[in-house]
Design a binder for this molecule. Structure first.
Ligand code: ADP
Ligand code: MG
Length: 253
């Protein structure tokens, strides 16, 4: 999609867990070519919002539109097939498989819906295409030379980057990341930030859900701040950082 085109639109999202309103009437958009950060203190409702928009959890009310289609109520798999790729807060790589095979699984998820992981039966041409795509994505993150090492042997920061390559192998329109900087060392955070900026320059659109405010501040074009389930403010990083309500929320949380 051309730069600036509306990709994702969350409209009046509400999620109740019994009496608790975890997400309370939240609306925001993501446009092609930008990195948007969804931040907020612990318990603000970020993960719940992430799960609503990726189809992992059903909404109590509200809508999600993706690429002009109403995807409210669709499964995570159905939304993924439309071009929304996600990573998980806890790394979900296969540690005993090679880097190449891990990324190939991501490519395969898009090429043939419904058949994942072991026991695949692919013809040779299909297999060659998937391997080529996996090498291409490993090259993009600078790990092509280590294609045959085991994913489990990588440091956590590199595993996170490998997970992103796996998500990219499905050729998504939108990449949604759940706390990618959590647990990373300072140097690993820098490497991750550099990679995400590089991807943006290549036209990848990214929505990043993150607790680490310093990490997102240096990265994103726009921020949506949640607190107690509601959207507190939205805007450019400098304005958001200076906002007294945001400072109070972070200090209080
Ligand atoms: P954040 O990711 O911003 O830390 P969450 O979305 O995880 O916040 O949680 C928001 C609120 O919803 C919290 O009060 C949390 O305890 C509650 N919550 C989250 N998931 C569930 C669930 N499955 N059942 C009940 N309450 C939940
Ligand atoms: Mg969370």
């Amino acid at each position: 999609p051309p730069r600036g085109e509306l990709l994702l639109s969350v409209k009046g999202a509400v999620k109740r867990f019994g009496g608790l309103v975890a997400v309370n009437d939240v609306s925001f958009d993501v446009r092609a070519g930008e990195i948007v950060g969804l931040i907020g203190p612990n318990g603000a409702g970020k993960s719940t919002m992430f799960n609503l928009l990726t189809g992992t959890l059903p909404m109590t009310s509200g809508h999600v539109e993706f690429l002009g289609h109403d995807v409210t109520g669709l499964s995570q798999r159905a939304i993924a097939l439309k071009g929304m790729a996600r990573t998980f807060q806890h790394v979900k790589l296969r540690p005993h498989m090679s880097l190449l095979d891990n990324v190939a699984l991501g490519a395969h998820g898009r090429t043939r819906a419904g058949m994942v992981s072991a026991g695949l039966r692919l013809d040779r041409r299909e297999e060659a295409q998937i391997v080529a795509e996996a090498y291409k994505q490993l090259g993009r993150i600078g790990l092509a030379e280590r294609a045959h090492e085991l994913a489990g042997s990588l440091p956590l920061g590199t595993q996170r980057i490998l997970e992103i390559a796996r998500a990219l192998a499905a050729d998504p329109v939108l990449l949604v990341l759940d706390e990618p900087a959590a647990g990373l060392r300072r140097k690993e955070k820098h490497e991750l930030g550099d990679l995400l900026r590089k991807l943006r320059s290549e036209g990848v659109t990214i929505l990043i859900v993150e607790h680490d405010m310093d990490f997102v501040m240096r990265l994103v074009d726009r921020l949506v701040v949640m607190n107690f389930g509601s959207k507190l403010v939205e805007g450019e990083p400098a304005a958001v950082r200076a906002d007294p309500a945001v400072q109070a929320a972070y200090l209080g949380g």
